[in-house]
Ligand binder design. Structure first.
Ligand code: PLP
Length: 454
């Protein structure tokens, strides 16, 4: 059905891929992924690959779900599109906003839809500034974020993010965004510093930034509950309570980016619950539709919602596809399936703890592995040269890339970012799927170890 060489030629000639070195792509040629079924994806040559990344942190209910295809087709036939500007609405975004408010933390009242996580963060940035302007404090405008954070690829998303290589290409970031330390103890804790002490120290860099700017100039702090693209960096338990305390003390809004963690990944519907955080905004996307349609939702807490309604006035912001009826119908069905199949509970009570146990038992003991960590079905594996002094093979993560390439060749799709291997599988994974993934990963680790030793 698919002619690989022909597709690769067209691909190299015309398709500008996201986050891709096109010189490398032209030499290597893309692998064509043509089908998915349950936890597996298949390429044009029929190779079966277990997808430990759920696409890109999103396909939570797995591939090949007819229920979502049926609901999309039905909605397209009935009403493919209508806008929700100018006091109009279609039913599915109304129903989905109510459903999200039901499963979200108790303070969440309203939901704003977009098509991507980046758009959702753009909206959140504009909304918190709009909020302070409505409150008569437009000078409260600075957003505090963190080094190595990822908040998307639009200009505002990349400005909010803390990835230096992205900033370099921006040619001028959105002003009034400052970045503080990431809460990553394995690399940034001082010798002898406990995780708890490090967590407090990392949180207090936010307080330092507030004091440096003046609290009357700071609008909000934004953070991923667990940094995802930055390498599944799980903060110490002391971190989030201290961040919350600091935000309350200086009257700073707390913005959570749950584009990765939303809709069950951590064993709760939202990681806000996992970490006990009360956020004023929560950005979500990806698993809202399990990736079957592009859809994001910005969850808005009662503090901002109350001001929007009481003060009135138009928020001059919105997208043609805000509340797209087909995407929202698919989102509703997706949440229904997650509920019916008990996937969030399964992650919390069964597969999440099993993943942590097996990471420790089978993977952490490998000579190339310095640390394993996970929350729910989100895991990171740190590749090191020396377990004792935590030194790396060479900066830039080429050792992790070697493991990744062997893993893919051996039927396991896993991602490498710097020296970290990342896992974020569909929530339909079972203990047996985890065992299969680690059988394949161990082969890849051994092959990479042999190569790195030679
Ligand atoms: N925020 C986080 C935490 C993400 O991981 C991502 C994407 O990976 C985004 C925002 C951007 O989402 P999108 O790629 O849908 O624009």
């Amino acid at each position: 059905k698919y002619k690989l060489q022909e597709l690769q030629q067209l691909d190299a000639a015309h398709y500008l891929h996201p986050f891709t070195d096109h010189k490398e792509l032209r030499n290597a040629g893309s692998r064509m992924i043509v089908r998915g079924e349950g936890p597996f994806i298949y390429d044009s040559e029929g190779t079966e690959i277990l997808d430990a990344m759920a696409g890109l942190w999103c396909v939570n209910i797995g591939y090949g779900r007819d229920e979502l295809a049926d609901v999309a087709a039905e909605q397209m036939r009935e009403m493919p599109y209508y806008n929700s500007f100018f006091k109009c609405a279609t039913p599915s975004p109304v129903q989905l906003s109510a459903k999200i408010a039901e499963i979200a933390p108790p303070n969440i009242e309203q939901v704003f839809f977009g098509s991507s996580g980046s758009e959702s963060n753009d909206t959140a940035l504009r909304l918190v500034r709009h909020y302070w302007a409505l409150e008569g404090k437009p000078e409260k405008n600075i957003i505090i974020s963190r080094q190595n954070a990822y908040h998307g690829s639009t200009v505002a998303g990349a400005s909010l993010g803390g990835m230096s290589h992205m900033h370099k290409q921006l040619g001028g970031a959105v002003p009034n965004i400052v970045h503080v330390m990431a809460p990553y103890a394995y690399e940034l804790a001082e010798p002898g510093e406990s995780d708890e002490a490090f967590g407090l120290r990392a949180a207090r860099t936010i307080e330092d930034a507030i004091l440096a700017a003046g609290a009357d100039k700071v609008a909000a702090f934004i953070g991923e509950p667990i940094m995802g693209a930055g390498g599944v960096k799980i903060p110490p338990a002391s971190y989030w309570p201290e961040v919350q305390r600091i935000c309350k003390k200086y009257d700073i809004l707390l913005m959570l980016d749950e584009v990765i963690t939303g809709y069950g990944r951590t064993g709760e519907w939202f990681a806000a619950t996992t970490f006990g955080i009360e956020a004023d905004t929560i950005t979500t996307a990806k698993a809202l539709t399990s990736g079957y349609q592009p859809l994001s939702a910005l969850l808005v807490g009662e503090r901002i919602a109350k001001t929007l309604v009481e003060k009135g006035g138009e928020f001059y912001h919105g997208y043609t596809y805000s509340g797209h009826p087909v995407c929202c119908a698919v989102g509703l069905k997706n949440i229904e399936i997650i509920e019916e199949e008990g996937l969030v509970d399964r992650v919390r009570n069964d597969t999440g703890p099993y993943l942590a146990e097996q990471l420790a038992k089978r993977i952490a003991v490998h000579p190339l592995v310095g640390e394993t960590r996970s929350v729910g079905l989100m895991g990171g594996i740190e590749i090191v040269k020396d377990k004792a002094d935590r030194s790396r093979f060479q900066p830039g993560g080429s050792a992790a890339t070697k493991v990744r390439d062997h893993a893919i060749a051996n039927g396991l799709m896993i991602r490498a970012t710097d020296d970290t291997l990342i896992m974020s599988p569909p929530l339909i994974w079972t203990r047996e799927t985890i065992d299969l993934a680690f059988d394949r990963l161990l082969v890849a680790l051994d092959l990479a170890e042999a190569e790195l030793a030679s």
